[in-house]
Design a binder for this molecule. Structure first.
Ligand SMILES: [Zn+2]
Length: 132
C-alpha cells in the first residue's frame, strides 16, 4: 500500500465531522494600543459571532481583565490598560465556554435567560438549561 492509499483509507475511516454551520466561528480579536487604552477594533464582529449583547460581553471583559471599559461610537471596546490580543482572546474563549456553548451538547445555539436573578443558558438544540 502506498502513502496515498493510506491517506484515502484514513479519510474513509474518519468519523463524521459536524457540518461547518454547527461550529462557532469567532474572529480573532484585533487590538491596538492608544496611549493607556487598548482599543478592541472588531469587538462588534466578535460579539455578533457570539450572538450576545455588547454590554454583557463588555462587563465580562472588565471583570476578567480587572479594568474599566466602554464601547465607543464606532462599536469598538476601549479598555483601560495595556492588553494584548492573546490576553483578550483567552478572555473571549472563557466567555464562549461559559456563556455561549451548551454544557450538554456543546453547540452554540443558546440564549441567556434570567430566572429569579440567576442567569441560565438555554440551549435551542438540545433543550438543556444550565446555570452560567
Ligand atoms: Zn445543548
Amino acid at each position: 500500500m502506498n502513502y496515498d492509499d493510506m491517506l484515502d483509507r484514513g479519510i474513509e475511516q474518519a468519523p463524521e465531522i459536524q457540518p461547518e454551520s454547527d461550529r462557532l466561528s469567532v474572529p480573532d480579536p484585533d487590538v491596538r494600543q492608544e496611549g493607556h487604552v487598548t482599543v478592541f477594533e472588531n469587538f462588534r464582529d466578535v460579539r455578533r459571532a457570539l450572538s450576545r449583547e455588547p454590554d454583557h460581553l463588555l462587563k465580562f471583559l472588565q471583570d476578567e481583565l480587572g479594568t474599566s471599559a466602554h464601547i465607543d461610537e464606532s462599536d469598538r471596546a476601549r479598555l483601560t490598560g495595556d492588553f494584548g490580543a492573546r490576553r483578550i482572546g483567552n478572555a473571549i474563549e472563557t466567555y464562549t465556554d461559559q456563556y455561549v456553548l451548551c454544557s450538554e451538547c456543546g453547540l452554540p445555539d443558546t440564549s441567556i435567560e434570567r430566572e429569579q436573578g440567576a442567569e441560565l443558558l438555554q440551549c435551542a438544540a438540545c433543550g438543556a438549561r444550565s446555570p452560567t
